[in-house]
Write a protein that binds this ligand. Structure first.
Ligand SMILES: [Zn+2]
Length: 183
């Protein structure tokens, strides 16, 4: 069997694209994302530990208000999507390990979710604009200034050092090399 591993020209172009989603609050997953801390504007300690550090998944999921949070009424039996909310908009429950009903997540007011969607979409559009400007300059061999957030990540990475160099991992690699030698 031949595997087609070549990317399409769309994948290879240098354009930075804004994610193709309808809802930027939940990226069409039904669960509000907080990778950029926008939720903390409304719930300051959401997904933060006692020391105030970001700790994704610590708190209950925030269920979106868009259609991705609802079941798919048109789907057939084989592809039924139940959704996080019932047709009345109530968040569904599941049985906890103690056998009690437990909500799948919590709700945040509609206007706040809408604001997260609007703000995040604007951020993505701005990022795409800046990235495409920079990439264009790089393509033309012109001088450019690295956007500050990329600089921040670069600086953080220099501090990582040999974080992924665990002694036990070295030992595993060593044994693998040894058993190879015997073959
Ligand atoms: Zn949504």
């Amino acid at each position: 069997m031949t595997v087609n591993y070549r990317r399409t020209s769309l994948d290879r172009d240098t354009t930075f694209y804004v994610p193709k989603v309808e809802c930027f609050a939940c990226y069409d997953s039904g669960i509000v994302s907080n990778g950029d801390n926008l939720v903390n504007k409304y719930i300051p300690d959401y997904d933060k530990d006692q020391k105030g550090r970001q700790n994704g998944g610590q708190d209950l999921a925030i269920i979106c208000h868009c259609k991705a949070a609802y079941g798919d009424s048109q789907s057939d039996d084989e592809r039924e999507r139940v959704g996080f909310r019932d047709s009345l908009g109530n968040i569904r429950t599941t049985d906890s390990i103690r056998g009690e009903p437990q909500a799948l997540g919590v709700s945040l007011e509609k206007d706040k979710i809408r604001q997260i969607h609007t703000d995040r979409k604007a951020c993505w559009e701005n990022t795409a604009m800046v990235q495409n400007l920079v990439r264009n300059k790089i393509a033309k061999g012109e001088k450019y200034e690295t956007p500050y957030y990329i600089q921040v990540v670069k600086e953080e990475l220099t501090k990582v050092g040999d974080m992924f160099s665990f002694p036990s991992e070295k030992a595993i690699v060593q044994t693998m090399t040894e058993s190879n030698d015997q073959n």
